[in-house]
Write a protein that binds this ligand. Sequence first.
Ligand code: IPM
Ligand code: MN
Length: 358
Amino acid sequence: MYKIAVIGGDGIGPEVTREAMKVLQVTSELCGFKYETTDYPFGSEHYLKTGELVPESVYTEYREHDAIFLGAIGDPRCEVGLVERAVIGGIRFKLDLYINLRPIKLYSEALCPIKDKKCEDVDMVVVRENTEDVYTGLGGIMKQGTPDEVAVANMVFTRKGCERAVRYAFELAKARNKDNKVTLIDKANAIRAQDIWTRTLEEVGAEYPDIEKDHAYIDAACMWLVKNPEWFDVVVTTNIFGDIFTDLGAMVQGGMGIAASGNIHPGQVSMFEPIHGSAPKYKDKNVASPIAAIMAVQMLLEFLGEDKGATHIEGAVATLLKSGRLPSLDARSGFSTTQVGGMVVEELKKNKVSKTSL
Ligand code: IPM
Ligand code: MN
């Protein structure tokens, strides 16, 4: 019996979460695993109503779960970043979810904005370091509002943080056995502190003689992601560069409506979410694509070792996209959030996975 904590969150979060949970339920019935969910109300609405962000005691409760699912956080009525830092940042930092795993995979050529790219040209996984860099909050503002104002945000990199991310990337490249290549993306030419990444890649990479070590600066990497996405297999990068690179990656794979992520600490409770935001203007309009949230469930099941269920969900989404029945991953698809969720469920049922085939 898996225990899954669910945070619908803000904006379109609850709507896409509802569809993702429908898909989880049907997959569990088809594949024969059992789970129970605990709903948590955290987000901007909860904050505005109660003044509470996230109580400290909740992290103990989270740890009693096998996984956490999160819809989206963010509301323009609240101070910029306040609730995101508390709810998302809280989970990432306090549970030490040091890997942010973000696959970039194209399921239908028609979805790719780059001309002449085939599905096999866009198939990479970004390993975004998830607990350091400018996200630690080290820094501050002095003499605010005066002509002498100083604002500092420190980029923090520890050997431990770099090493566990780099090692994860090499292990992933080995397991994927695709191009057997790890590309480090940094900006060590301008930010000398990032030399720690260069050295860590060399040292850890020496333990993996069969995996090619590649390197790109973030500016050039963005260019290559658009020009030659086929050059990437496994990418490892810093927290902020990973954040930026994967939004671009999402567009290359068809849009924010499909890109999912796993915030992972191997062997411990981990959190899965679409990489898109809360899109407040589409809240309760039933137009947002639930596919990214559904793909986050796919990643969650893979993490739990429910490979059959994960493959099954990916297969259903891929079939809808490849056949053109779901022509896009945004409101232009002509289908509502609930309709798209329903289409995935129908597809899952068609490809019935029986218990005996497990
Ligand atoms: C993401 C988001 C977050 C981040 C925000 C909401 C703080 O953009 O998960 O990519 O910057 O990590
Ligand atoms: Mn982001």
